[in-house]
Design a protein around this ligand. Structure first.
Ligand code: MG
Length: 305
């Protein structure tokens, strides 16, 4: 291996594209199944290899995801693509397995009130649900990742302590997920907090791979990604166009935009494997479909140089 390839392998970040699920679930415009599939195919062409394509949740609560099975059926299994489905309970997991998902995303919560509003579970119930579901998913041949919601602050309970996040993370680590994401669901985190929380969790759960999930509600998401990266985090969620939010987190705005992250990282010498030009095209296509301006700054400003 040459020095150059050794360096690029070292300075590498994996982005999980969450736009087709975490993004679209918060849009009032319902995209057709065909448009969702087109979006996913464009993302694959742009270089995305892990994509959250659907959630298997109650279609009455989240009508944007009612066609999850049809989306999976239209995006065939490929050896180099990981199609992720979000599930919150046994019924959802069974649907995700039957639909052919490659990976499931499970969700634990860092506060009781958010958990009850988001998924009808308090902290303990959400951990118990992950403990129930993870082995079933693994036995069916799927990989499992877990997101810990509101790890940096809760819209209902306010501050969340690093100790409480650590206590939950240690218990989830026993399930040996592919990653545990510490999620700033409402976009309140700042870089010093991000650095402290990731270092704190890593110190006590060193075998656990950590992922960052940031929202740009207060314009801190890119700074938070860089802070997490500097502590050794190499996997992040992002959403094309910066679409998203959370139906059960008032005033939370979009996930950090994939193209903004790619621009910032690639210009800093960190390889993402994604084509910025293709992402900007996809973002503009999606903006047209959704009928409103998307939050991404880079899609608006364009390529440089
Ligand atoms: Mg999100």
């Amino acid at each position: 291996m040459t020095q150059a390839t050794a360096k690029s392998a070292h300075h590498h970040v994996e982005l999980i594209e969450v736009g087709p699920r975490d993004g679209l679930q918060n849009e009032t415009t319902l995209l057709s199944t065909a448009d969702k599939v087109e979006l996913i195919q464009q993302l694959i062409k742009a270089g995305s290899r892990r994509i959250e394509v659907a959630s298997f949740v109650n279609p009455h609560r989240v009508p944007q995801m009612a066609d999850a099975e049809a989306v999976l059926a239209a995006v065939p299994k490929q050896s180099n693509i990981c199609r992720i489905g979000l599930v919150l309970n046994r019924k959802g997991l069974e649907r995700a397995i039957a639909a052919g998902c490659d990976e499931v995303g499970l969700v634990a919560v860092a506060t009781n009130t958010f958990g009850e509003k988001n998924q009808g579970m308090n902290i303990e119930q959400s951990i118990a649900s992950c403990k129930e579901l993870a082995p079933i998913a693994k036995a069916a041949g799927l990989t499992v990742q877990i997101t810990l919601s509101v790890a940096f602050g809760c819209p209902y309970e306010g501050e969340v302590t690093a100790q409480s996040v650590l206590d939950i993370a240690k218990r989830l680590a026993e399930l040996q997920p592919r990653e545990l994401a510490l999620a700033d669901t409402i976009g309140v985190a700042v870089p010093t907090q991000v650095q402290h929380l990731f270092e704190h969790v890593r110190a006590f759960a060193p075998a656990l791979t950590l992922r960052g999930h940031f929202h740009n509600t207060r314009n801190t998401a890119l700074a938070n990604i860089l802070a997490a990266y500097q502590t050794g985090v190499k996997v992040f969620d992002s959403s094309v166009g910066g679409i998203g939010g959370c139906p059960f987190a008032p005033k939370a705005s979009g996930n950090v935009a994939t193209e903004d992250v790619v621009y910032t990282l690639e210009r800093s010498g960190i390889v993402t494997g994604l084509s910025l030009a293709a992402l900007i095209d996809t973002s503009q296509w999606l903006q047209h479909k959704l009928g409103h301006v998307l939050p991404s700054a880079v899609a608006r400003a364009g390529m440089f140089p």
